[in-house]
Ligand binder design. Structure first.
Ligand code: PBG
Length: 328
């Protein structure tokens, strides 16, 4: 009498009983704005993803808003880098300029988020400043993050994506924003924090490092997490929740769906997952070779991330997926 196939018989039945659905509002599009270019340039390792000029950034944000996306996440690619990443908190630095452009283009139709990390701005490519022995100095980096946070909040970002994996970064940035005098003494209590809580040291960031023209020589294993550790993902998330994170995130997505499911279970704030550059590049490369059905693989990969527990998915396909969802 029990025939699970009964509910799979027609497209309408399958649609009725689907446990997970994709919606454009759940999707966030990462965007790269590059200093010193006037036309957008395709990123070689991420076919279909562009380095935006300031002009084309505005256009991409308007398209994302037209597509009904939930938000955009901005990354800056500066022309000049130095030891402390001074371009990151310079109000005229490329990322802060990009935030102002995106906020204007979005006109309140979607949420503008900004990556808060130093790696794109430092000449050594690490996510923080270095100590005398070349190690990443956790607490000196926190001061840089606070200054960057204030600059991003001032530029108008609604959500700051803390991706540096320094200990105590959420608390430091939260306190720094609230106590800032940059806003006439009022602070920035309404600027939200999306914490990259369980961010793993991953080979799947490879194409992104090309995208931001990373100068890193070495790795990030003293601050990003070890792929072997599941329980630790929960511990990092618990700390970020205590420190005041408004949204928590797991990154990458596909190789960490167990961690994502744990975090979704434990978190009392929205949970995001980042489908990273390597996940994007793998599907694109297989599809370009005719080895995989591109659209089917993209939709299945994002559905899997939602099914595992993500409320919000950062994906380079966000605008395209929203277009497909609109066709149905
Ligand atoms: C750090 C940062 C990285 C990504 C997002 N923020 C790279 C890293 O930690 O090396 C990776 C995103 C992707 O691979 O798509 N600013």
């Amino acid at each position: 009498m029990t025939r699970p196939r009964r509910l799979r018989a027609t497209p309408a039945l399958r649609a009725l009983v689907a446990e997970t659905r994709l919606h454009p509002r759940d999707l966030v599009l990462p965007l790269f704005v590059k200093e010193g270019i006037t036309e957008p340039v395709e990123i070689t390792s991420m076919p279909g993803v562009l380095h935006h000029s300031e002009e084309s950034l505005a256009q991409a944000v308007r398209e994302a808003a037209d597509a009904g996306l939930g938000g955009v996440m901005l990354f800056g690619v500066p022309e000049h880098r130095d030891a402390t990443g001074s371009g990151a908190d310079d109000p005229e630095g490329i990322l802060n300029r990009g935030i102002r452009i995106a906020v204007e283009a979005a006109a309140g139709r979607l949420v503008v988020m900004a990556d808060l990390c130093l790696d794109e701005f430092t000449d050594h490519g690490h996510c923080g400043v270095l100590d005398a022995h070349g190690g990443v100095d956790n607490d000196a980096t926190l001061e840089r993050y606070v200054s960057m946070a204030v600059a991003q909040a001032q530029a108008g970002a609604t959500v700051l994506g803390l991706s540096g994996m320094m200990d105590g970064q959420v608390f430091a940035v939260r306190s720094g924003l609230d106590q800032s005098t940059a806003n006439g003494g009022a602070g920035f209590p309404d600027t939200a924090i999306l914490a990259y809580s369980a961010k793993y040291a991953s080979a799947f960031y490879g194409p992104f490092r090309d995208a931001v023209e990373s100068t890193l020589d070495g790795d990030r294993r003293t601050y990003q997490m070890d792929a072997a550790n599941r329980r630790e993902g929960g511990r990092e998330t618990a700390l970020d929740l205590l420190e005041g994170a408004d949204i928590v995130m797991v990154k990458p997505a596909m190789s960490y769906l167990d961690v994502l499911a744990d975090v979704a279970e434990q978190s009392d704030v929205p949970v995001a997952a980042y489908q990273v550059s390597g996940e994007y590049a793998m599907i694109e490369a297989a599809a370009a070779n005719g080895w995989i059905d591109r659209r089917g693989a993209i939709l299945e990969s994002v559905l899997g991330i939602k099914r595992a527990g993500a409320d919000i998915v950062l994906t380079y396909w966000a605008t395209e997926i929203a277009g497909w969802l609109g066709e149905r």
